[in-house]
Write a protein that binds this ligand. Structure first.
Ligand code: PXP
Length: 252
C-alpha cells in the first residue's frame, strides 16, 4: 500500500493573529515547526476576503517550502485573481475549492460536474505551468468522473460531513465512510491520485487513513486547536502516529 503523507494546514494560526491585527502568531513559524515535526507538506488557503492567510504569508510560505524542498499546497477559488497568484508563485500543488464569502469554512466540495466548462481551462493552465492540480470534491461518483474529465491529476475528497457525523454520533456515519471508500476506489480506477481532508481529528483519522487509495491527508483546524494544549509538534506527531497505525493494521 502507498505511504500516506500529511499536509498541515496552517490557516488558523493566521486566524488567531488576525483576531488582534497583530504580527503574531506567525503562520510561517508554524509551517517551520510542522515540517520539523514530521509534516510532509504545508497547505494554506488564500481566501478572497483574506480572512486568515495574507498575500505576504503566501510569499513567505512559498519561499520557505522551496528552500526546504517541501511541497506547498495552495488552496484557491477558481478565479482569475487566484489563478494569477498561483502562476506567479508556482506552488507544488493547487487545490481548487469552492468559496462563498459568508461561509465559515469550505462547506461543500467544488461542483466540477456543473462548473466543468469554467474549471477545465483553469486546470489546464495551472497544470501546464507544472502545478499539480487537485479538485476538492464531495465523495460523489459523478464529481469524481467530472474531475477526471476536467484533467485534474488529483482529487481531494471532502471528509467534513463524515467527520461531523462521527462527532455527532449520527448513525449515518458508517454510510458516509462507505461513500468515501467508494469515491476513493473510483478515483484510483480512473487514474487519479486521491487525497482527503476537512474536519479530521484523532478519532476520524484512523478510518480515513485505512482507505488504501488515499495518499495524502490535509489537516488543519483540529491540529491548531490541539496545539493550544499540547503544542504543535506533539499534536502533529500524535496525528502522524495514528495515521501510521491505521495503515499498518490495514496492511497486516
Ligand atoms: N482540505 C481542504 C481543501 C480545505 O479547504 C481545508 C480547510 O481549509 C482542509 C483540507 C483542512 O480542513 P480542517 O482545517 O478542517 O482540518
Amino acid at each position: 500500500m502507498a505511504s500516506l503523507r500529511l499536509g498541515v494546514n496552517i490557516d488558523h494560526v493566521a486566524t488567531v493573529r488576525n483576531a488582534r491585527g497583530a504580527s503574531y502568531p506567525d503562520p510561517v513559524r508554524a509551517a517551520e515547526m510542522a515540517l520539523a515535526a514530521g509534516a510532509d507538506g504545508i497547505t494554506a488557503h488564500l481566501r478572497e476576503d483574506r480572512r486568515h492567510i495574507s498575500d505576504a504569508d503566501i510569499d513567505a510560505l512559498a519561499a520557505i517550502t522551496r528552500r526546504r524542498g517541501r511541497p506547498l499546497n495552495l488552496e484557491m477559488a477558481v478565479t482569475a485573481e487566484m489563478e494569477a497568484i498561483a502562476l506567479a508563485h508556482l506552488p507544488h500543488a493547487a487545490c481548487l475549492v469552492p468559496e462563498r464569502r459568508e461561509e465559515v469554512t469550505t462547506e461543500g466540495g467544488l461542483d466540477v460536474a456543473k462548473g466543468h466548462n469554467a474549471i477545465t481551462p483553469v486546470v489546464q493552465r495551472l497544470s501546464n505551468a507544472g502545478i499539480r492540480v487537485s479538485c476538492f470534491i464531495d465523495p460523489d461518483l459523478e464529481q469524481v468522473a467530472a474531475a477526471a474529465s476536467a484533467g485534474s491529476a488529483v482529487v481531494e475528497l471532502h471528509t467534513g460531513a463524515y467527520c461531523d457525523a462521527v462527532r455527532e454520533r449520527n448513525p449515518q456515519a458508517a454510510a458516509m465512510l462507505e461513500r468515501l471508500q467508494a469515491a476513493a476506489a473510483e478515483a484510483a480506477r480512473l487514474g487519479l491520485e486521491v487525497h482527503a481532508g476537512h474536519g479530521i481529528d484523532y478519532e476520524t483519522v484512523k478510518p480515513i487513513a485505512a482507505i488504501g487509495e488515499i495518499v495524502e491527508l490535509n489537516i488543519g483546524h483540529f491540529l491548531i486547536g490541539e496545539a493550544i494544549f499540547i503544542g504543535l509538534g506533539p499534536a502533529i506527531q500524535r496525528m502522524r502516529a495514528l495515521m501510521d497505525e491505521a495503515r499498518s493494521v490495514r496492511a497486516a
